[in-house]
Design a protein around this ligand. Sequence first.
Ligand SMILES: [Zn+2]
Length: 215
Amino acid sequence: MSELVFFCGTMDCGKSTLALQIEHNRSARGLQGMIFTRDDRAGEGKLSSRLGLVTDAVEVTDGMDLYAYLVEHLSQGGRADYVIADEAQFLAPEQIDQLARVVDDLGLDVYAFGITTDFRTKLFPGSQRLVELADRVEVLQVEALCWCGARATHNARTVGGQMVVEGAQVVVGDVNQADTVGYEVLCRRHHRRRMTAASAHAAALSPDVLPVSPA
Ligand SMILES: [Zn+2]
């Protein structure tokens, strides 16, 4: 029985690495995957991991029908034994419905990988639809750690090193600018306190702040 599986977690939890591992394991058995991604860090039409591995992928665009794309691919003699959708948080809810239809009507396994919540702790629309539709949701427990050492469960956005909780859901920063947008994974406690590694370091150096127990 084919299924729609949603592998989710924070940034840096190893989603893309697992996606590449699944792709590797199946291609070693002679299977061929259709790989979709959107806005990967390595650029258009790439699925990459922070560990430096990369493979070619089909870049998903606004309004693209993923079900129709696969039907067209198969009808032209193309092959697809399974489907991987990386950066699935960036897909539109209707594109997640199309992936569910790929499972049900084409009988293919679909493995979707995505960040669950944004920097405001709200579900991405694509991730929400996956939680609603998936046969199985696997929360990746690769230990992304907060600066305090606790398991990082939340994504923070920083602007100029300071955590922000307002702004557009998707912003890709320019790393060379002083007001650069950055991202950092935190535990919930420090997400709530808006305490990033940089601000914790600054606070620790400040004579105004009394030392506190790490507990
Ligand atoms: Zn923490």
